[in-house]
Write a protein that binds this ligand. Structure first.
Ligand code: NAD
Length: 355
């Protein structure tokens, strides 16, 4: 298989972690007889420095034409004071919009070797944590009208809107994801209060009838926030709207021990997606060769699975990561007394070797 991947290393630790992920993709390609072509482009702060904008229209066109997009991270203190319309993160919002990336998938898996790094008690983590949050990414309150009136007193309003087709398409992504996993889906809403949630629930129930093999349930968002801490092992796939997903996925990320471990995928109805670790550009550790590259490596594995249908190759990368952790190698963010600390480059080398 031949694929064109647009690569956006970005700022801070972005170039270090992406560099490592590309070595692992190359090894995977060599092992399974594929060829991945990389088009490296600037995005975020480095693009502002070079072109005055977070992404140029020419580079956006390259993303549109790619088979898939791999991102490191953007931003940093150097660009905190630029015009808000030109901030580095604007590039990511623009790519999501241009590529129609309406579904964000965040797998939350606690590698058994990292049990001690999770803030939860052993009695909870021993049951295992392996869930995926499917978050709607382009609708809801973040994309509704925002306004502030001055009279008769200062009043602010944010409008949350969801239409049937927006709910149905994210619902289908979630049901399909559940079918590929343990066939359990929890839909999170606030249907006791919000009309958008009532519609959400109605459409999810309609879809549930189409997927009789999936064990479906509803949960109010406040209860879901509690259950993620009390009993995360009960979840397989969670589907929810934009703002609830934003909050719950950050909560879930803490369960895995380090933000550096978590991959993500943003998908459209087609095969092109954008894959990135969930963390930012970590300017405090950039250039020190201590960043954890595993979230980016696992994002590359997600790309193989969700965009290219290369399930076996994706599994091979996950197994290699698992192997390196079992061998006791850790970056600084996940190191413990009885393990061996390695840098970002060394961690990537070990994963490549384990493939
Ligand atoms: P951050 O995720 O960059 O860092 C938070 C903390 O986690 C830091 O202490 C950092 O050192 C640590 N960390 C992050 N990734 C790590 C890794 N792979 N290995 C080890 N430690 C890691 O969040 P922040 O400090 O709030 O933001 C820094 C910059 O990143 C800001 O400019 C922010 O706007 C931007 N940002 C970008 C994205 C993105 O590109 N998708 C996402 C979030 C934040």
């Amino acid at each position: 298989m031949k694929k064109n991947i647009v690569v956006l290393p970005g700022d801070g630790i972005g170039p270090e972690i992406v560099d490592g992920a590309l070595t692992i993709l190359d090894k995977t390609a060599a092992k399974y007889g594929h060829k991945f072509y990389y088009d490296m482009i600037e995005v975020g702060g480095c693009s502002i420095d070079k072109y005055g904008v977070p992404i140029t229209s020419e580079n956006m066109e390259k993303c549109r034409n790619a088979d898939s997009v791999l991102l490191g991270a953007v931003g940093g203190p150097k660009w905190d004071t630029v015009d808000p319309l030109l901030r580095p993160e604007k590039a990511l919002l623009a790519i999501r919009r241009e590529l129609g990336l309406f579904a964000n998938l965040r797998p939350t898996r606690l590698f058994t070797q990292l049990g001690g790094a999770s803030p939860l008690k052993d009695s909870i983590t021993s049951a295992g944590i392996d869930l995926v949050i499917v978050r709607e990414l382009t609708g809801g309150i973040y994309f509704g009208e925002h306004k502030t009136c001055e009279v008769p007193e200062k009043t602010a309003t944010d409008i949350m809107t969801y239409s049937e087709h927006e709910i149905e398409r994210i619902g289908r992504v979630a049901f399909e994801a559940a079918m590929k996993r343990r066939k359990k889906l929890t839909s999170v809403d606030k249907a006791n209060v919000l009309d958008t949630s009532k519609l959400w629930r109605e459409i999810m129930h309609r879809l549930a009838a189409e997927y009789p093999e999936v064990e479906y349930s509803d949960l109010y968002v406040d209860n879901a926030a509690m259950q993620l801490i009390r009993d995360p092992g009960r979840f397989d796939v969670i589907v929810t709207e934009n703002m609830f997903g934003d909050i719950l996925s950050d909560e879930a990320s803490m369960l895995t021990g380090s933000i550096g471990m978590m991959p993500s995928a943003s998908l459209s109805g087609g095969t092109c997606g954008m894959y990135e670790p969930i963390h930012g550009s970590a300017p405090d550790i950039a250039g020190k060769d201590i960043a954890n590259p595993l979230g980016t490596i696992l994002s590359a594995a997600m790309m193989l699975k969700y965009s290219f249908g290369l399930d076996e190759e994706a599994q091979a990368i996950e197994t290699a990561v698992d192997q390196v952790l079992s061998d006791g190698f850790r970056t600084a963010d996940i190191v413990s007394d009885d393990t061996i600390q390695v840098g970002c480059r060394e961690m990537c080398r070990r994963v490549t070797e384990a493939l």
